[in-house]
Design a protein around this ligand. Structure first.
Ligand SMILES: [Zn+2]
Ligand SMILES: [Zn+2]
Length: 346
């Protein structure tokens, strides 16, 4: 076992503080990663505050992890010491169910082992990326291509794959019109990816405050949802609406923007149930659906795609001591566009 410096929430809603945690000894198929950067995902905040239900404390959040391999077990073949690697939302799964066999470990029928706020196969709690080292089975570690800097790559491990997987699943490409709802940590990466995939991209944001950034990062159009005319003007126009907002929305209004057989995919998870009148789906045979991160192979595909297209997250790099302040700023949408912790400051 190794003792590692980390930032943890000791209890629900408590501020995060510096502490130490134990990492398991490197097993036959494990890699030890020196974490360099860890992104702050909005879901870290939901979980540290128990917004999604009972959680495991103390909690070391962080599932946007980028670092360098510093040790490998004797059976490891996929990674070597010195490799630049990433870890996302999962560190294990059953590996035998039909979804795992299909490379869709995120939908493991026995549920994947989440990177933190979970219990691993060894019966011990998992601890995430706000720490200096992590030990992970090699099959749940992906390679970060040389063309991608580690700091801007870190958020891709959640924000990147969370938007890439639905864009690919719903066939985003040339000739398709895609709307991205919300222009924050997920949304800005979604815009870059949809643009690089060849779609015509529209941002639907509460205001036009970030319009210049949206257009610069790949959007063709940018509209304010606070303006009722937006919904009149864009009625029936999108093949896909990627909703990255985790607060409840006026779903019927957004659904009215879909063309025949269009889909609205929700990747933000509100803390409260939402009500949808079925009438909002009947016209245009609309689909209302969701998507949860992506499998390991698709995460690798996404990183390779990002490297080929020069896509990283837009980040604000912070020292670990500013994590609580960063949480407050994420809650008030005051970040352009992802906080990333420099883990050397833990
Ligand atoms: Zn996340
Ligand atoms: Zn499985």
């Amino acid at each position: 076992m190794t003792t590692v410096a980390a930032y943890a929430a000791p209890a629900a809603k408590a501020p995060l503080e510096r502490t130490t945690i134990e990492r398991r000894a490197v097993g036959e198929f494990d890699v030890l990663i020196d974490i360099k950067f860890a992104g702050i995902c909005h879901s870290d905040i939901h979980q540290a505050r128990e917004g999604w239900g009972e959680a495991v404390f103390p909690m070391v959040p962080g599932h946007e992890i980028a670092g360098v391999v510093s040790e490998v077990g004797p059976g490891v073949t996929r990674h070597a010491v010195g490799d630049r690697v990433g870890v996302g939302c999962m560190v294990d799964s059953c590996r035998t169910c039909e979804n795992c066999a299909a490379g869709l470990e995120q939908y493991c029928t026995s549920r994947p082992t989440w990177t933190y706020n979970a219990v691993g196969k060894d019966g011990k709690p998992t601890y995430g990326g706000y720490s200096q080292k992590i030990v992970v089975d090699e099959n749940y570690v992906v390679r970060i291509p040389d063309g991608l800097a580690l700091d801007v790559a870190a958020p891709l491990l959640c924000a990147g794959i969370t938007t890439y997987s639905p864009l690919r699943h719903w066939n985003t490409g040339p000739g398709k019109k895609v709307a991205v709802v919300g222009f924050g940590g997920l949304g800005h990466v979604g815009v870059k990816l949809a643009h690089a995939l060849g779609a015509e991209v529209t941002v639907l944001s509460q205001s036009l405050r970030k319009q210049d950034d949206g257009l610069r990062l790949g959007a063709d159009h940018y509209h304010a949802t606070s303006d009722p005319e937006t919904f009149e003007r864009l009625k029936g126009s999108f093949d896909l609406i990627l909703n990255t907002v985790s607060a409840p929305l006026d779903f019927p209004a957004f659904l009215s923007l879909l063309r025949l057989d269009g889909a609205m995919v929700n990747v933000g998870l509100p803390e409260e149930p939402v009500q949808i009148p079925y009438g909002a789906l009947f016209g245009n045979r609309r689909n209302l659906t969701s998507s949860n991160i992506g499998g390991i192979a698709e995460t690798q595909e996404m990183l390779d795609f990002c490297a080929a297209h020069g896509i990283g997250a837009e980040i604000e790099l912070i020292d670990a001591s500013r994590v609580n302040e960063a949480y407050e700023r994420v809650e008030s949408s005051d970040v352009r566009y992802r906080f990333v912790i420099d883990t050397s400051t833990i």
